[in-house]
Structures are given as C-alpha cells and as structure tokens.
Design a protein around this ligand. Structure first.
Ligand SMILES: [Zn+2]
Length: 376
C-alpha cells in the first residue's frame, strides 16, 4: 500500500516520512487511532516505504520487487499478527499464521477493515478475537530469523490491545531488550487497554478521525455517490471510513436515520404525545448499539442546525432537501438550548450504556426535547 492510497492524514504521513529521511526509525511505534481512521493502512504503507528500494521523498515506488511483495502482503520480512478465534477447522490454540491467507484477502479487499468485519469474515462474529501467549511464541520465532531481503524486519501487531496479559508480558520483555534491525508497529484503537509499561516503551503515532469532506470525496470517487448522499454517509460515519463502507451497503438506512431524527423532533416540537410514545416504542426496538449511534448522529444534526441558523456556510455539511428540513428546524435550535439539548442526549447515551430501559429513556428524552425546543 502506498501513502497516496490512504485517505487524508497528511500530517501523520509527513511525520512518518521524516523518521526515515532523518534516519531515526524508532524500534517500537504505537499507531493509535479509532476504528476506520486508517491506522493499519498507515502502518503498512510505512513498512512498504521502509522496504522500498526506489522510494521517492514522498512515497514508495509501488513497482520495485519489495513493493510488489508488500502490495500482496507476502514480503518475507513483514510479520503480521492479529486477533483470531477458534473456528470450525481450528479448534484449539489458534494463531495468526493459520489464518494469514484469509487476513490478506480481507485487508486487500478493504484496508479499512474493522475488527468486527474481520471476525465476521473468519466466521466468528459472536466471538472475541484474541492475541494469545502462543502468538507471542510465534513473534519470538520470527525474531530468531535474520531479515531475508530488507535491512529491517517489521512486525505489525494489529489490535495489540487484544493481547492477553501473558502475551503482553512476553512482548514487553522483547521491547525491553529490542533485537537489532527490528521494527514493531503496534496498531491500537484503545491504548488504555495496553500495559502502561508497553505504552511507555513505544513512540506514539496519533491518528485523528477523518474529516467528513475527506470521507465524502473518497466515496464519490470509489462508489460514484452523488454529493448529497456522500455527505450524508460521511456525517453518519463520524470520521470512520469502515463504518461509511458498511453504511453504503444498506443505502435505505442512510435516509431512514435522517427521517427518524426529523420526525422525532417534529413530534416533540408539536408535543404530539401519542406519536412521541409510538416513536419511542419503535425506536427502542433497535439494537442498543444502533440506538447509541442514532443519538450521536442526532447531536451532529443539531450542531448542523446551528451552523445553518447562523449562516456559517463554510462549516455546513448538508445540502439539498436535508439542508432544507434542517433549516426549518433551525428556527427552534439556538445558542440557548443547543447545550442543554446536547447534554440531555449525551446523558441518554451514557444511560443506554448502563442498560437503562430504552423505552422509558427515549420517551423521557422526547419530553425533555419538547420542553427545550419551546423554551425560546
Ligand atoms: Zn518500491
């Protein structure tokens, strides 16, 4: 993978390029970014750049023998580790090498692959993927090999926070006495779950969420979406390209989420109590994760109302009919109620995480919204 194939993240790319031109490649680096931000493709593009024999100042060449191997993820000095589970075929002690062919295929099809998608491809969607102590033994085996072709060998550990404690301790020992000419790239979404002693031995490469415009542009280019749909998807995906790809597979949901939001606020504004009750009952039937996503989406739509209300057009993310509907609603969303509205919705998200009764919670929230919309 070349840097140029990765969405946005220009600053991180520059920083990574500088580590090489300045000849200070740190032996252990922590690529930390939320799901769908591109931390894994960045780590692999970085590895490809290190291996490339004809690199330019800004990217790997994509055509030298090293690049060709990296683009198929078969470079002999690249060692990949990722969470796995037991499956129909592998009943005990699963390690990455058993599943490397499937993993390569999954990544090459979608470099923004999420852990959930990977486990689904593995046929293990209801299991937790783990990196076990047997896997650390595999890592140590890889370290006993001399680099075959390149100057360095590179170990990429995707979702390193999925290491169990025994595996993490083994890795820590290795990082304490790093072998020569070896680079560890740990890719994580949640580094609070890593041993602090591992974190302190790595150099942090922080990867931020993607901007809506960047996601929308990529969607337009790759999937020929029109601008309005692309922006809607990008807004719902909230900086997560993996999520955006999942969303475009179910196109009807894109408009349904907006409709769910706008009808809710219309009922609340008009204080149509029977409709509010019906809305809360049917929305409470959604899976909890979808409900949380929907509420987060609601807060983004309210922010958009403020942007439209005060004509801050540079920041406006919607267009067409969506923008028109929001523009009507924006007459009732202002600097006085935006903060209480957002606070109430965020409180509801936290309560949902604590397993509150969704029906009661949504109805209660609807009444609060009704009150706040009228308090102008
Ligand atoms: Zn090359």
């Amino acid at each position: 993978m070349k840097f140029s194939e990765i969405i946005g993240q220009e600053e991180v790319k520059q920083r990574l390029l500088h580590t090489i031109t300045d000849n200070r490649i740190s032996h252990a680096q922590l690529f930390y970014g939320k799901e769908g931000t591109g931390s894994l493709p960045l780590a692999l593009a970085y590895a490809q750049y290190i291996f490339c024999t004809q690199k330019t100042e800004t990217d790997s060449c994509g055509i030298c023998p090293s690049c060709i191997k990296m683009q198929k993820l078969v470079h002999p000095d690249l060692h990949l580790f990722f969470p796995v589970t037991t499956t129909e075929k592998i009943k005990t002690k699963p390690v990455s090498s058993f599943f490397i062919a499937e993993w390569r295929k999954s990544f090459l099809k979608n470099p923004y692959l999420s852990l959930a998608q990977w486990l689904e491809n593995l046929g293990s969607e209801n299991k937790q993927g783990n990196i076990s102590v047997e896997e650390s033994a595999e890592m140590i085996k890889a370290l006993n090999l001399k680099p075959y072709e390149a100057e360095y060998r590179i170990l990429v550990i995707w979702m390193a926070e999925r290491m169990n404690i025994a595996a993490a301790n083994k890795l820590l020992k290795v990082l304490e006495e790093p072998p020569e000419k070896t680079v560890f790239l740990l890719v994580v979404e949640d580094y609070d779950k890593l041993l602090p002693t591992i974190v302190s031995r790595t150099q942090l490469v922080k990867i931020t969420s993607l901007k809506e415009k960047e996601i929308a542009e990529k969607l337009k280019e790759e999937y020929q979406l029109n601008h309005e749909t692309a922006m809607q998807v990008a807004l719902m995906a909230d900086g997560n390209y993996a999520e955006a790809l999942t969303l475009i597979e179910k196109e009807e949901e894109i408009s349904s989420q907006f409709n769910l939001f706008i009808t809710w606020f219309r009922y609340a504004f008009a204080r149509k109590i029977p409709e509010m009750i019906r809305w809360s009952e049917s929305t409470a039937g959604l899976p909890r994760e979808s409900m949380k996503n929907f509420l987060q989406y609601t807060t983004r739509m309210l922010r958009e109302c403020i942007v439209i209300r005060y004509h801050i057009n540079d920041l406006a993310k919607t267009e067409g009919e969506t923008k028109e509907s929001l523009s009507k609603l924006s007459k009732f969303v202002n600097e006085k109620n935006i903060i209480p509205l957002t606070t109430e919705i965020n409180k509801a998200i936290a309560d949902l995480e604590r397993n509150a009764n969704a029906k009661i919670l949504l109805l209660d929230l609807s009444f609060k919204i009704a009150k706040l919309l009228k308090a102008n």
